[in-house]
Write a protein that binds this ligand. Structure first.
Ligand code: FMN
Length: 254
């Protein structure tokens, strides 16, 4: 903590993902308050390339849970949000104004995905400020074609990330992040000191006994876990369908 901690920053430092929720629904109007405040996130060129689909119907949440690797928190949370990159609305604007929207480049997807992510993180902070818990669901991209069908997402939209929202039924500890100097580089990227920062971080994570081998009980660090995860070759984990479905949705990836 520093002398510069605002109440918002203190709240941000307390963040932890919540994966067990009380059954209580969000009070009337709370979701609208969260998303409308989140809409004030900066947005590329003031174009607002995003949409959010809220799913509260029990059967629909259950189907989405299945499509997202059977993650039970999606079934359990009262409110599930899907943040989408959305060029569909902008195409409609271009059609009405008689211009031709350019969707052929990776850049269009990046812009829309960044906009959707900024909206999502603003919503996460707003929700946490109201005492709600949340967890992102990247697995919304496990079966993108089926999610698109389930949510009726039109051409030029794509589900970027899901979010479970609700009142926390648990209070897990926060996970420490990398040491600041491993992340914050002054004037140019400081690659030389990186190994020392990684070693210090790993030692801390080992001391906390955060990760343990199921069979051997042996404690391991963040690096062993990260290196294994980053090297997975399983097509499901790599979400190899994402590129194809993006193209089917009208995103060119030149
Ligand atoms: C884009 C994104 C996708 C994620 N997808 C999932 C997910 O599908 N399921 C899940 O349980 N957690 C998911 N998470 C949560 C991360 O696992 C979590 O943020 C990370 O382990 C750090 O823990 P913390 O949020 O408690 O600090 C996701 C987080 C992000 C940012």
């Amino acid at each position: 903590m520093t002398e510069f901690d605002s109440s918002l920053m203190e709240q941000m430092r307390r963040h932890r993902s919540i994966r067990e929720f009380k059954p209580d629904p969000l009070p009337e109007g709370m979701l609208e308050a969260i998303v409308s405040s989140a809409q004030m996130a900066s947005t590329s060129s003031y174009l607002q390339y995003y949409s959010v689909v809220v799913v509260e119907e029990v059967d629909k949440k259950a189907r989405l849970a299945e499509l997202c690797g059977n993650q039970d928190q999606i079934r359990q949370c009262p409110t599930f949000l899907v943040f989408c990159a959305d060029l569909h609305r902008l195409k409609r604007v271009c059609d009405r104004e008689g211009t031709l929207i350019q969707t052929g480049y990776v850049e269009s997807l990046l812009v829309a995905a960044i906009d959707a992510a900024l909206l999502a993180q603003n919503a996460a902070l707003a929700a946490e400020s109201l005492g709600l818990g949340m967890v992102y669901i990247g697995a919304i991209r496990n079966e993108p074609a089926q999610v698109i069908a389930e949510l009726g997402l039109p051409n030029l939209t794509f589900p970027i990330v899901g979010m479970c929202l609700g009142y926390p039924a648990v209070d897990p500890p926060s996970k420490p992040r990398l040491p600041l100097p491993a992340v914050l580089h002054r004037e140019r990227y400081q690659a030389k000191a990186m190994d020392a920062h990684l070693d210090a971080y790993d030692a801390k994570i080992v001391t906390m006994e955060m990760f343990r081998h199921m069979e051997t009980g042996e404690v391991y660090g963040w690096m062993a876990r990260a290196a294994r995860q980053a090297a997975y070759t399983d097509p499901k984990r790599l979400r190899v369908d994402v590129g194809r479905v993006l193209r089917e949705q009208g995103f060119g990836l030149k």
